[in-house]
Design a protein. Structure first.
Length: 72
Protein backbone atom coordinates (compact mmCIF):
# COMPACT_ATOMS: atom_id res chain seq x y z
CA UNK A 1 0.00 0.00 0.00
CA UNK A 2 2.84 2.36 0.79
CA UNK A 3 4.64 1.73 -2.50
CA UNK A 4 1.35 2.03 -4.36
CA UNK A 5 0.70 5.42 -2.76
CA UNK A 6 4.19 6.68 -3.72
CA UNK A 7 3.56 5.50 -7.29
CA UNK A 8 0.15 7.22 -7.38
CA UNK A 9 1.75 10.39 -5.98
CA UNK A 10 4.34 10.47 -8.76
CA UNK A 11 1.70 9.74 -11.39
CA UNK A 12 -0.27 12.71 -9.99
CA UNK A 13 -3.38 10.62 -9.38
CA UNK A 14 -6.67 12.40 -8.71
CA UNK A 15 -6.87 12.66 -4.92
CA UNK A 16 -10.58 13.30 -5.20
CA UNK A 17 -11.02 9.68 -6.29
CA UNK A 18 -12.22 7.48 -3.45
CA UNK A 19 -9.79 4.61 -4.25
CA UNK A 20 -6.80 6.97 -4.32
CA UNK A 21 -8.02 8.55 -1.09
CA UNK A 22 -8.35 5.12 0.56
CA UNK A 23 -4.83 4.11 -0.51
CA UNK A 24 -3.46 7.42 0.79
CA UNK A 25 -5.24 7.00 4.12
CA UNK A 26 -3.94 3.45 4.62
CA UNK A 27 -0.39 4.41 3.58
CA UNK A 28 -0.47 7.44 5.87
CA UNK A 29 -1.63 5.30 8.78
CA UNK A 30 1.12 2.74 8.14
CA UNK A 31 3.79 5.44 7.84
CA UNK A 32 2.59 7.63 10.71
CA UNK A 33 5.71 6.89 12.76
CA UNK A 34 8.19 7.63 9.95
CA UNK A 35 6.68 10.37 7.79
CA UNK A 36 7.90 13.37 9.82
CA UNK A 37 11.13 11.76 10.95
CA UNK A 38 13.07 14.01 8.57
CA UNK A 39 11.92 17.22 6.88
CA UNK A 40 12.86 18.31 3.40
CA UNK A 41 12.05 21.45 1.47
CA UNK A 42 10.75 19.57 -1.57
CA UNK A 43 7.49 17.72 -1.15
CA UNK A 44 8.41 14.77 -3.41
CA UNK A 45 11.55 14.07 -1.36
CA UNK A 46 9.45 14.16 1.82
CA UNK A 47 7.04 11.60 0.32
CA UNK A 48 9.79 9.27 -0.91
CA UNK A 49 11.83 9.34 2.30
CA UNK A 50 8.91 9.44 4.73
CA UNK A 51 6.99 6.59 3.18
CA UNK A 52 10.13 4.80 1.97
CA UNK A 53 11.51 4.33 5.47
CA UNK A 54 8.26 2.70 6.54
CA UNK A 55 8.07 0.52 3.42
CA UNK A 56 11.64 -0.76 3.79
CA UNK A 57 11.17 -1.38 7.52
CA UNK A 58 7.97 -3.39 6.98
CA UNK A 59 9.67 -5.33 4.17
CA UNK A 60 12.65 -6.26 6.36
CA UNK A 61 10.52 -7.16 9.38
CA UNK A 62 8.17 -9.24 7.23
CA UNK A 63 11.12 -11.03 5.64
CA UNK A 64 12.64 -11.76 9.05
CA UNK A 65 9.35 -13.12 10.40
CA UNK A 66 8.81 -15.25 7.29
CA UNK A 67 12.34 -16.68 7.61
CA UNK A 68 11.81 -17.44 11.28
CA UNK A 69 8.49 -19.17 10.58
CA UNK A 70 10.04 -21.15 7.73
CA UNK A 71 12.76 -22.51 10.04
CA UNK A 72 10.22 -23.63 12.64
Amino acid sequence: MIALWVLLYFLDANQGNSLVDLIHDVASWLATWSYDLFTFSREWVQVVVGYGIAAVTYLLVGHAIAGWLYRR
